[in-house]
Write a protein that binds this ligand. Structure first.
Ligand SMILES: Nc1nc2c(c(=O)[nH]1)N[C@H]1C(S)=C(S)[C@@H](COP(=O)(O)O)O[C@H]1N2
Ligand SMILES: [Mo]
Length: 446
């Protein structure tokens, strides 16, 4: 069950960390220090993590040259034995997971991406988090139709074939459920990155800009909003302003090179870059152009944010800048003294990430991290900072700044603005506590 731990001050946390490292028993402490020293000695020979042959020969050498391991002495399986490939059996723990107490039913629930195990910025299709309101419909693409009607000159019906004749675009963009981090509003309770930030993915999406379809249909001047509706049992629908629909909204049929997965909306979904995931209607079957939002009528999903004064924030479409450290994290404790690459992900629904800073002391001092690989608008961006660790307690944080100059808020700032009753849009700076034994836990700083 949930175990909510209220936020503490940086001082309190640092004091507790110091006590914990004092509290290690004599043996643990000596053991820990000895290991630290061996690893530190290794650093002069190999700056990062390789081990010397002399060290290795202390262990087993039966699989080292000139010996042949068992897998080198037999034939492997041939081509197309697995016509659609899957990960190595040794990677069986890298999977989506859900929090059992979160929802009563798995058909109206959410699973999370295992962010701690992923590299780069692309989420493999089989690991993209899933969110359904009525389970996954099985849709024959030949039977599927998209209807575009309402305040348009020429109402249109598209088959999948029709849609795929349009010139296509491919864009790498993140998708985040606005409830990401929602279980952490009242206090820290999830002891895994997968559960604190895993309602998040980043794929290369391929499809047609909605603008092109709207231009073919001819939006009437009164057309100010669209309603997008899904073909699942929930017929989930959302109102989207026409400005977004004519800007970068996509109607997508492929994801990371292959057709959409059923979980992600096969054969067709809407994709609103940078916006709340729930606006990206899956199993898309209808787009209606109207003169006002459908909030007061048939829209099935009204996402609002409840404020401390009892009022609700509406139209909070954009996923503001956010970041989290993925190494170390509860799933990736520090196992070696010496060199460590602090790594993480940053993203902003408003554009590119400009800068990410890392703090080791709960936000008192900040060091700029390096942005690695591609830095794309509205996409996950990987950051990295090389550091040395010798058992010192850390309160690790990352802080993202996007190209609009927006700085990711502290939890205190976010709570002051939004209270603690919200479920949505929790993008505050996250803290991992690194203990003297390298274990990482989730804490919050007031
Ligand atoms: N038709 C339909 N579209 C939907 C949903 C749904 O239940 N039905 N869930 C929404 C929500 S709340 C989110 S966060 C995203 C999740 O997309 P994903 O399952 O591809 O990760 O899909 C959105 N689109
Ligand atoms: Mo969502």
């Amino acid at each position: 069950m949930s175990r909510i731990i209220r936020p503490q001050t940086t001082d309190e946390l640092l004091k507790r960390l110091a006590q914990e490292s004092e509290g290690l028993s004599g043996n643990d402490r000596r053991d820990f220090l000895r290991k630290g020293v061996t690893a530190a000695a290794g650093i002069t020979a190999a700056a990062f993590a390789g081990r010397s042959l002399a060290e290795e020969s202390g262990g087993s050498t039966s699989n080292l040259p000139p010996h042949e391991p068992s897998w080198s002495r037999q034939l492997g399986h041939g081509v197309v034995e697995h016509p659609y490939g899957s990960p190595s059996a040794f990677e069986k723990d890298v999977v989506r997971r859900t929090v059992p107490w979160l929802t009563a039913e798995s058909i109206s629930s959410i699973s999370m991406t295992p962010l701690a195990e992923l590299k780069g910025i692309i989420t493999p299709n089989g690991l993209v988090f899933e969110r359904y309101h009525a389970g996954v419909p099985i849709i024959d693409p030949d039977q599927h139709r998209l209807i575009l009607h309402g305040l348009v000159e020429r109402p249109l019906i598209f088959t999948m074939d029709d849609l795929m004749r349009y010139p296509s675009v491919s864009e790498i963009r993140f998708l985040e459920c606005p409830a990401n981090g929602g279980m952490e509003w009242k206090g820290a309770q999830m002891e895994a990155l997968q559960f604190t930030h895993g309602m998040l993915s980043c794929c290369e999406w391929t499809g047609v800009p909605l603008r092109v379809l709207l231009e073919d249909a001819g939006v009437k001047p009164e057309g100010k909003w669209i309603l997008a509706e899904g073909a699942d049992g929930a017929h989930m629908s959302r109102s989207i302003p026409i400005e977004k629909a004519l800007d970068d909204t996509l109607v997508v049929y492929a994801q990371n090179g292959e057709r959409l997965r059923p979980e992600q909306g096969y054969p067709l979904r809407l994709f609103n870059p940078g916006w709340e995931g729930n606006t990206s209607i899956k199993w898309l079957r209808r787009i209606e152009v109207g003169d006002q939002p459908w909030y007061h009528r048939e829209e099935t999903s009204k996402y609002t944010d409840l404020l401390a004064n009892g009022k609700a924030r509406k139209f909070s479409f954009v996923q503001e800048a956010n970041s989290v450290i993925t190494n170390p994290c509860p799933e990736n404790p520090i196992r070696h003294s010496g060199f460590i690459e602090i790594e993480g992900l940053a993203w902003s629904g408003r554009g590119r990430i400009k800068q990410v800073d890392v703090s080791f002391d709960g936000g008192v001092n900040w060091v700029p991290a390096k942005l690695k690989g591609m830095v794309l608008p509205k996409a996950l961006t990987r950051f990295s900072l090389e550091a040395k660790w010798h058992g010192q307690p850390w309160l690790l944080q990352a802080r993202a700044i996007d190209e609009t100059g927006y700085v990711q808020p502290t939890l205190k700032q976010l709570r002051e603005a939004r209270g603690t009753n919200s479920i949505y849009h929790k993008n505050s700076i996250h803290t991992w506590k690194v203990a003297a034994n390298g274990e990482v836990t989730n804490v919050q700083i007031t």
